[in-house]
Design a binder for this molecule. Structure first.
Ligand SMILES: Cc1ncc(COP(=O)(O)O)c(C=O)c1O
Length: 414
């Protein structure tokens, strides 16, 4: 079979929807300034779909530093990988500041969180080791696990009793192989907004010998009193052996990092293939990240605003009877009952007739018959945005429950 022929018929789990959804549900173009209101298909929409949690993506002070750094260094500098020719004082300074913020000994920068995470799992684990991971882990964890040549066990999402069973299975293997155990989970789960049960997992260290690796992409900058993440929120930062954060969400940029003991980070510097064999983060991103981190740490009002909007939105929706699942973070899933086709029409109605841009999550990510509308509040939304959205959500739920989206009444504009 010719590979090109094969993919003509099988477009993959998402690609199968490309024909009807490209440019609308998938690959939509949000234009204009990154803000609470953006342009979609030529018209202004209230946007609840971008993870610019603190509004730092284009904060005026940040934009100034981004632009100055681009003018001074260009986008190419430094050339090569960190290991060979791409290291600078600024990269090292950013790592020092992140270590200080995360209360860890040392930090390594990553060009992209996704690749860095895959590569770090690969680097730290060998065939004698066992990985135990949460079933709702992000693709970067799943793909890291896929690289592993030894045993891996998955525990049902946040099910600590089951995790304990998996740890027992893992231990029976590592007792024979003389390997170690790594538990991998998330701080804040990005789809449903609930937190990983880090406190309970850390407590299991009394019984089992393992290292805990936490992907806190959505918790970094948003959770905990000072914002250093879900470990701070749950009072267990010390129990997280390896902490991962990304610049792509609360910092509104590109890049990521892993913080841990010096020994671990030095090992990663010389073994994390996504960094050794790829170009160093460009200087404007590093300078921009330094500025963003300064604001993230020094302007608590940004996080306060995020939570003011989050609390108003989540309380308002709950008061109106909406099911928000188990979220305890800004990520706000709104669970509705309906079929895939109704979900599409609901989103079209929301975008075209109410000018609200949200993303939906449908089967198989959520169970059949469930529609998840994923709402991401940020520090730059207003209470007026919140009130309007709650009013509109009431309206669309009424329509959904009446069966309006199962009929042909809502014209598809996709
Ligand atoms: C939980 C989680 N981990 C990792 C990543 C990847 O981060 P990056 O965008 O820096 O590659 C994301 C971003 O989508 C994420 O949501």
């Amino acid at each position: 079979m010719d590979i090109f022929e094969k993919i003509k018929d099988n477009r993959g789990p998402l690609g199968q929807f490309a024909k009807e959804g490209h440019g609308y549900f998938f690959f939509p173009k949000l234009e204009g300034e990154i803000s609470n209101k953006m342009i979609f298909n030529g018209k202004e929409k209230l946007v609840w779909s971008v993870n610019n949690y603190l509004g730092l993506a284009n904060h005026p002070e940040v934009r100034k530093v981004d632009a100055e750094a681009a003018a001074e260094y260009g986008l190419g500098f430094p050339m090569g990988s960190r290991m060979l020719t791409g290291n600078t004082d600024a990269h090292e300074e950013l790592e020092r500041q992140l270590s200080d913020f995360e209360q860890k000994e040392s930090t390594i920068l990553l060009n992209f969180g996704y690749q860095g995470m895959v590569s770090a799992i690969d680097a730290l684990i060998d065939r004698n080791d066992v990985i135990v991971y949460d079933s709702e882990s992000h693709a970067c964890i799943v793909d890291g696990v896929r690289m592993h040549m030894g045993k891996r066990f998955v525990f049902p999402h946040n099910n600590i009793e089951n995790l304990e069973k998996q740890l027992e299975r893992a231990k029976s293997i590592t007792d024979k192989t003389n390997g170690g155990i790594m538990v991998v989970t998330e701080g804040v789960f990005g789809m449903a907004g609930d937190q990983g049960k880090l406190k309970e997992i850390v407590a299991l260290k009394e019984k089992f010998n393992f290292r805990l690796f936490v992907d806190d992409a959505h918790g970094f900058g948003t959770m905990g009193k000072t914002g250093y993440g879900t470990g701070e929120e749950q009072g267990v930062q010390d129990g997280i052996d390896i902490y991962f954060g990304t610049f792509a969400k609360a910092m509104g940029s590109i890049g990521a990092f892993i913080s841990s003991e010096e020994n671990v980070i030095e090992y990663l510097r010389y073994n994390n293939r996504s960094q050794i064999y790829a170009k160093s983060l460009p200087m404007p991103l590093v300078k921009g990240a330094l500025k963003r981190l300064e604001l993230l740490r020094g302007r608590p009002e940004l996080k306060e605003n995020l939570w003011k909007i989050t609390n108003a939105l989540q309380k308002g929706l709950k008061d109106e009877g909406f099911n928000l699942g188990k979220t305890t973070s800004p990520v706000t899933p709104v669970f509705l009952s309906g079929e895939v086709d109704e979900a599409k029409k609901l989103i079209i109605d929301l975008r075209e007739n109410y000018d609200i841009f949200c993303s939906i999550v449908i089967y198989p990510v959520v169970p059949k018959g469930t529609i998840m509308v994923r709402v991401i509040p940020t520090a730059i939304h207003t209470l007026e945005d919140v009130n309007r959205t709650i009013t509109v959500f009431k309206e669309i739920k009424r329509k959904l429950d009446k069966g309006a989206y199962s009929s042909e009444k809502i014209a598809s504009r996709a």
